[in-house]
Design a protein around this ligand. Structure first.
Ligand SMILES: *Cc1c(COP(=O)(O)O)cnc(C)c1O
Length: 452
C-alpha cells in the first residue's frame, strides 16, 4: 500500500448504509468490486478537473441504484405500452414538472439516455437527412453531435461550421450572421464543450430569426450556471434546448430536451405534419430512437432537479464560476496564456501554442501529479487533435467537494510547478501527488467510502 492508499482508509464513511457499501457486489463479483474500490480510491485522492465531470449526491446515487431499474415503461405518462406503470407515471411526471419549473420551459422530455441521444432526437424531429445546419466543429469547441464528420450528425446531415476567432478565441457574431445569411441553414446549434465565455443567446436568436432557422441550445456543460443565474438563459430565445444531467447538474447519466409547444416554422419545414413541436420531439425520442426509458435514472433526475432548485445549489453554481475565475487569474499572473484571455464560466483552456510543449504532454504530467484534466484543441491550434496545444480544466467537481479560492491558489501553484518541470516531471510529480491526495482527503465527495 502506498502512503496515500493508507490515508484513504481514514476516509469518512458518510451516508451510505452497509448494503450500499457493496457487500453483495463483493460476494457476487469480486473482480468488479475490486476495480470499483480502486476507482473510488483514485477519484477520492485526485482533483477531478475534467469540466464535464462532477459528484452526484447520495440521494441521486440511491435512486440510480434502486429497484426502479427493473421496470419497463415504454411510452409516456398515462400512455404506456406496459401495465403496472401507475407509480412510474408519477415519477416521470415529477421529473418533467420539476425540470420545466427549473428552466421555465413549456415542454420537457426526460427520456433520452444521454446527451448525444437527446441531440439525435432533435435532428430527427427538425431536419430531414441531408439538411443544412450550423454548428461548431469539435476542434472549435463544439460537440461530436454538432456535425463532426465521424458522428451521425456529420454523416447524415450537412454541417456549415462556425467557431471562435483563432486570434481572440471569441465568437464573432457578425461573422456568424454573415455565414447564416450566405448559407440559409435550417437549424443553428449554440452550445459548446470547450468555450470559456458567455454565449449570447439573444444575438443567436436574432440571426436565426432573420434566416428562419430553428435555434437549438445545447446546455450540456453549463446548465447549472443557467440555474444559478451566472449565465444567460437560453429558454426564451430558443426553439429547443438539450442537456445532459450528469455534468454541472450533478444528476445521473442522462439527457433531457426542453422545447416550445408550437413549431413556428411548421409551414415552412414540415407542411405535411400537423403536430406540434413538442409532439414531434416526443415521437423522435420514443418510438423514433429509443425503447424503454431508464426509470431508475428518471427518478434520479427528478431528485437532481429538486436539489438544483435550492438556494444552496445556486450558491454552488456561483462558487463554481468564482473558483474558475480565481484559477484563471492565478495562472495569468504566473504568465500562462488562456484561450480568450480568461473565463466567464466553469472551465478554462490553457494555451500552449507558443511553447514547445503539447497539450497531451501537459495533461499527462498533470495527471501524474493527481490533477486529472484533458488535452484539448484551442482556437487556431496548429497541432493535431490527438496531440493539441491546449489543456482544459474545470471547477464543477472540486467545487462540489467544497473547495474555494484558497484551494484554487494551491492548485494554480501545483499546475505551475508541473509546467515548469515538463522536461523532467519526475522531479516534482511524486511530491505534488502526495499533497494533492492530502488536500482531497480533507474534502471527501459523497459516496466515496473506505472499504476494507
Ligand atoms: C457532454 C455533451 C454532450 C453529450 O453528452 P453524452 O451524455 O456524453 O452523450 C452533448 N453536447 C455537449 C455540448 C456536451 O458537452
Amino acid at each position: 500500500m502506498t502512503q496515500c492508499d493508507s490515508s484513504l482508509a481514514d476516509l469518512s464513511t458518510q451516508g451510505l448504509g452497509s448494503v450500499q457499501r457493496y457487500a453483495n457486489l463483493r460476494r457476487t463479483d469480486s473482480e468488479i468490486f475490486r476495480l470499483l474500490v480502486e476507482q473510488m480510491r483514485a477519484e477520492s485522492t485526485t482533483l477531478k478537473m475534467i469540466p464535464s465531470e462532477n459528484f452526484a449526491s447520495l440521494a441521486v446515487l440511491e435512486a440510480t441504484g434502486s429497484i426502479l431499474t427493473n421496470k419497463y415503461a415504454e411510452g409516456y405518462p398515462n400512455a404506456r405500452y406496459y401495465e403496472g406503470n401507475e407509480i412510474i407515471d408519477r415519477i416521470e411526471q415529477l421529473a418533467i414538472d420539476r425540470v420545466k419549473a427549473l428552466f421555465g420551459a413549456e415542454h420537457a422530455n426526460v427520456q433520452p439516455y444521454s446527451g448525444s441521444p437527446a441531440n439525435q432526437a432533435v435532428y430527427r424531429a427538425l431536419l430531414k437527412p441531408g439538411a443544412k445546419f450550423m454548428g461548431m466543429p469539435v476542434p472549435a469547441g463544439g460537440h461530436l453531435t454538432h456535425g463532426w464528420k465521424v458522428n451521425f450528425s456529420g454523416i447524415d446531415y450537412f454541417q456549415i461550421p462556425y467557431g471562435p476567432d483563432p486570434q481572440t478565441g471569441l465568437l464573432d457574431y457578425d461573422q456568424i450572421r454573415d455565414i447564416a445569411r450566405r448559407e440559409r441553414p435550417q437549424l443553428i446549434w449554440v452550445g459548446a464543450t470547450a468555450y470559456p465565455r458567455i454565449l449570447e443567446y439573444d444575438k443567436f436568436a436574432e440571426i436565426a430569426r432573420e434566416v428562419e432557422a430553428y435555434l437549438v441550445a445545447d446546455i450540456a456543460h453549463i446548465n447549472g450556471l443557467i440555474v444559478g443565474g451566472v449565465h444567460p438563459d437560453p429558454v426564451p430565445h430558443c426553439d429547443v434546448v438539450t442537456s445532459t444531467c450528469h455534468k454541472l447538474l450533478r444528476g445521473p447519466r442522462a439527457g433531457f430536451i426542453l422545447c416550445r409547444v408550437e413549431d413556428r416554422y411548421r409551414e415552412k419545414y414540415h407542411p405535411e405534419d400537423s403536430s406540434t413541436l413538442a409532439k414531434r420531439i416526443d415521437r423522435a425520442v420514443f418510438p423514433g430512437l429509443q425503447g424503454g426509458p431508464h426509470v431508475n435514472v428518471i427518478a434520479a433526475m427528478a431528485v437532481a432537479f429538486k436539489e438544483a432548485s435550492t438556494e444552496e445549489y445556486r450558491q454552488y453554481a456561483r462558487q463554481v464560476v468564482r473558483n474558475c475565475r480565481r484559477l484563471a487569474e492565478k495562472l495569468l499572473e504566473k504568465g500562462y496564456q488562456l484561450a480568450s484571455g480568461g473565463t466567464d464560466n466553469h472551465l478554462l483552456l490553457m494555451d500552449f501554442r507558443h511553447t514547445p510543449h503539447t497539450g497531451k504532454e501537459v495533461a499527462k504530467a498533470l495527471a501524474r501529479a493527481g490533477i486529472i484534466c484533458n488535452f484539448n484543441m484551442v482556437p487556431g491550434d496548429p497541432r493535431k487533435p490527438f496531440v493539441t496545444s491546449g489543456v482544459r480544466l474545470g471547477t464543477p467537481a472540486i467545487t462540489s467537494m467544497g473547495m474555494k479560492e484558497p484551494e484554487m491558489d494551491l492548485i494554480a501553484s501545483w499546475i505551475d510547478t508541473v509546467c515548469r518541470n515538463l522536461d523532467d516531471p519526475d522531479r516534482v510529480v511524486g511530491r505534488i501527488r502526495q499533497e494533492v491526495a492530502e488536500l482531497c482527503l480533507r474534502f471527501p465527495p459523497p459516496g466515496y467510502v473506505s472499504v476494507e
